[in-house]
Design a protein around this ligand. Structure first.
Ligand code: G3P
Ligand code: MG
Length: 243
């Protein structure tokens, strides 16, 4: 399973436009062997790799992504807002991203984005796509801030490696993790305490933190048992990439 200390965030969001195929390739070129990307549901049941609720920040489109038609999203420029060098870069479909990641031999932390009303729509579609197009279950962790989404993942395919995502770790984290037989717990590095880290590790879970781009700020967390860091710039953690 997770065999790296460094996971590229949204591909490598500081090196190329986030959540694009260019970003996934940039993470691999930087030496990362795992990437985290966000999957969102759009109109007509389409699944795309995208973080925000609206198209405005990352593309030349605008408005809610949930209402956008796949044919229209396919035409958007998701690269120019990062740099003219990436003009014409597309918003990938989930399938395009899975193919790219596997062709590069990377592991994947797939984050299911979390509109509470959409769990019944997005989760079965994501799980079906993974079943059909993702080969190595040991190179896949599915995470979400939406616990109901993870519960449904577990109902559909209990063998998948699941991970609750927390900004603040709740009192009942262990109950939640046990109920879905979680593989790892993913939390915001700046709010994690040493006792929480110790509890997570003592309970047998991998501990993965997000999102840090300065190795110094997370240095103590390795001693607390952190297994991997999610970063926008894997080159900053180059000394950890092979260890
Ligand atoms: O999966 C870790 C991290 O990506 C969670 O936050 O908002 O960057 O998707 P966000
Ligand atoms: Mg994410």
């Amino acid at each position: 399973m997770i065999d790296t200390k460094v996971i590229g965030h949204r591909g490598a969001a500081l090196l190329a436009p986030e959540n694009t195929l260019a970003s996934i390739r940039a993470a691999a070129e930087a030496g990362a062997t795992w990437v985290e990307i966000d999957v969102s549901l759009i109109n007509e049941g389409g699944l795309v790799i995208f973080h925000d609720n609206t198209l405005d920040r990352c593309t030349d489109g605008s408005g809610p992504i949930r209402k956008a038609l796949p044919a229209d999203v396919a035409l958007l420029d998701a690269g120019s807002s990062f740099s003219t060098e990436f003009a014409g870069e597309k918003v990938p479909t989930l399938l395009e991203a899975l193919e790219c990641i596997q062709a590069l031999g990377l592991g994947l932390n797939l984050e299911i984005k979390h509109d509470a009303n959409d769990v019944e729509n997005i989760v079965p579609a994501v799980m079906a796509t993974l079943r059909d197009y993702w080969q190595d279950e040991d190179k896949l962790i599915i995470s979400s801030f939406n616990y109901a989404a993870l519960q449904l993942c577990y109902e559909i395919d209990s063998y998948r490696h699941l991970a609750p995502l927390y900004d603040d770790i709740p009192e009942n984290w262990q109950e939640q993790a046990e109920a879905i037989q979680a593989y790892s717990v993913h939390c915001l590095y700046s709010r994690l305490t040493q006792p929480q880290a110790q509890q997570i590790k003592a309970a047998g879970y991998k501990l993965i933190c997000f999102t840090a781009n300065d190795p110094n700020v997370v240095e103590p967390l390795w001693l607390w048992g952190m297994d991997a860091i999610i970063t926008d710039d894997p080159t900053k953690f180059a000394s950890l990439l092979d260890s």
